[in-house]
Design a protein around this ligand. Structure first.
Ligand code: SF4
Length: 324
């Protein structure tokens, strides 16, 4: 492993004041340490955030506030999340292994990096690693890659389950830096690859994720997360869907739809949501919504199967939410 400096911060101020712009923050380390061992990430310096008081889940009138250091397992089991944001609990429990969920944090999950094998193995042609070097996956092995949101420069899929549910729930992310504080909607936090796939989020150097806020929306309790993958556990999504339905008098009054495993970022489908509005919660509406959600796909030779898989996954999630 590449040598690096290490600082354990006792406060947010200490973390931000410690030449933070040139450092990488570490919490659970379940993604970062992997990539450091592989030699993909070579930070000069780590700032350990584990001692900061950012590990609480608090219910407020506005919704639920989640500290960035809350562990994935604790969040999944929290009563407020299980009852008011069920798809988020299901998404968290579908990811990784119990040991990893005990360690991984909410902030780290937001920063999770792609599983593209070319990227993780420092392949010479990878624009995410070396801008301008090319994309080996574009005409290479691309079975697991994105069919939505890609560019000719990168088609790496976003790996997180948690983020998909948070996109459906319109989470807000609070960020702190030396300059102050700002709040970013999760839909704007992750970036499309475009010409710069190496820039993955709007997080600036030296900026720390401190909190995720979920709004209080009663119908989010009627939500589901469905995940299709190669094996039943400890596996990333080939396609997943987080949905929430507001059904009144046999009619869908509002809907939230987000897809995972298919996009270069956690993928909100407003097209599908529009189609569901005012419709009866049944097969014809669900199938039309699923076709709309996948209408703009750009599959590569090995991953065209994801189009139908994602449609069926979305229909199943909508059926489960409707029957909840
Ligand atoms: Fe690199 Fe993205 Fe291409 Fe994978 S898909 S090789 S991460 S540029």
């Amino acid at each position: 492993m590449h040598p690096f400096g290490y600082l354990r911060a006792d406060s947010l101020e200490a973390a931000l004041g410690a030449d933070a712009e040139r450092a990488v923050f570490i919490a659970g380390g379940t993604c970062l340490v992997d990539l450091m061992r592989l030699g993909v990430m070579k930070p000069e310096r780590l700032i350990d955030l584990n001692r900061l008081s950012l590990d609480r889940v608090v219910e407020t009138e506005q919704g639920v506030s989640i500290g960035a250091l809350v562990r994935n397992s604790a969040l999944a089991e929290h009563t407020a999340i299980r009852t008011r944001y069920r798809a988020l609990s299901e998404a968290l429990l579908s990811g990784a292994s119990p040991q990893l969920r005990n360690r991984a944090t909410v902030g780290g999950n937001l920063m999770q990096r792609t599983r593209c094998a070319y990227f993780r193995n420092s392949f010479p042609r990878c624009n995410k690693l070396v801008p301008g070097s090319g994309c080996a996956a574009f005409d290479g092995e691309n079975r697991e890659h994105a069919i939505l949101g890609g560019s000719e420069h990168c088609i790496a899929v976003h790996p997180s389950d948690m983020c998909v549910a948070m996109v459906a729930f319109e989470a807000q992310i609070r960020l702190r830096s030396k300059q102050g504080e700002r709040v970013v909607p999760i839909g704007e936090f992750h970036l499309l690859p475009g010409r710069r796939p190496d820039v993955e989020t709007v997080l600036a150097p030296g900026e720390i994720i401190t909190e995720v806020m979920l709004p209080a929306v009663p119908f989010f309790a009627r939500s589901r997360y469905v995940k299709a993958r190669d094996r039943a556990s400890y596996e990333f999504a080939l396609a997943s869907a987080a949905v929430a339905l507001d059904v009144v008098g046999g009619t869908i009054r509002a809907a939230r739809v987000a897809l995972g495993g298919v996009g270069t970022k956690p993928w909100r489908s407003r097209e599908a949501e529009q189609i569901l509005m005012g419709r009866a919660p049944n097969g014809p509406a669900f199938e039309e919504a699923a076709r709309a959600a996948l209408a703009q796909v750009a599959p590569r030779p090995h991953n065209a199967f994801k189009v139908v898989l994602a449609q069926k996954t979305l229909v199943r999630a909508l059926e489960q939410a409707a029957n909840a």
